[in-house]
Ligand binder design. Sequence first.
Ligand code: MG
Length: 356
Amino acid sequence: MEKKSVIILGATGSIGLQTLEVIKKLPDFELSGIVFGKNLTLARKIIKENKIENYYSPFYPNYKFSSLEEFLENLKPNIVVSAIPGFDGMISSLKAIKYTKRLALATKEALVCAGPFVKQECKKFNVELIPIDSEHSAIFQIFDNFVERIMITASGGAVRNIKTGKLSKLTPKDILKHPVWNMGKRITVDSSTMVNKAFEVMEAYELFETNNIDVYIHPTGTVHGAVLLKDGTVKIHFGFPDMKIPIAYSLTYPERKYINTNWPEFSSKNFEFYEVDKEKYPAFFYGKTILNDLSKRIAFNAADEIAVERFLKEEIKFTQISEIIIKTCEQIKGKVNSIDDIIEIDKISRKYAKNI
Ligand code: MG
């Protein structure tokens, strides 16, 4: 059998690195190239260790390819793993759709800021859209046509056990000690504001086309999601919080080929759920109210990126992240008819957020 070729967009990030490991454990899959950004030291190491011949980065001179499109067109991979963070990741995901058969999607901004366009392009080019994020992978695996509601879980981040009144004193150091998942800096902060979970609700809204999305705080991260069916059945997706599992599934779907016989215990602590605290996570609750307003979703993402950057530099307080996001979104309205509109709204939102 011919091996399935995979390209990783964002190879030096957390998802990219884990995808490299997963591919090594899947004999029917081969890495045919990588795309990376500014982390050239790590990129060189990856290229050398994995003997990668084909790669592309806008920040690294390359004798073979002068653009992402040229790179993708030459390689025509079976699967593109899209894991470039931020707004750049959205643009490259959209570009990748034209040159592959499957988009394994980790970049949140693709669905948050451009969901309708990504789905439309996938349909047009007959490309499968498979989510990588653990919660969406979980729902994707248990979804069926009798679903009434879906539920995804949240860790509550580093602030889960901290009183709301004390949040404004937290430093980046306090926040970056994240309890369950090992992730990049922005997503770790986003996990503590639960802005990340708001993004995930927006993504779920696009992927599963429903407004009926519940979120519960679940400290162990062992239940990733559930579907509530019209006949009273609840299907729960249960497993260790290990991103390699959903990454592998996004490659091997509809089959399962990744071996990992390490399961969580059936103990009560692995099935604890709590309601989300409204005062502690204001941006999350705000995010849930703008699901069907794409322009505000774009603003939500842009303002968060600016605010998190400022927080990491210790220029604003932790609680100001949510304030900046909500204030920015309130100033943005209008229809989004094209990718150019998205870029424009993103730009304006960043300006507003900076001013605030
Ligand atoms: Mg997630």
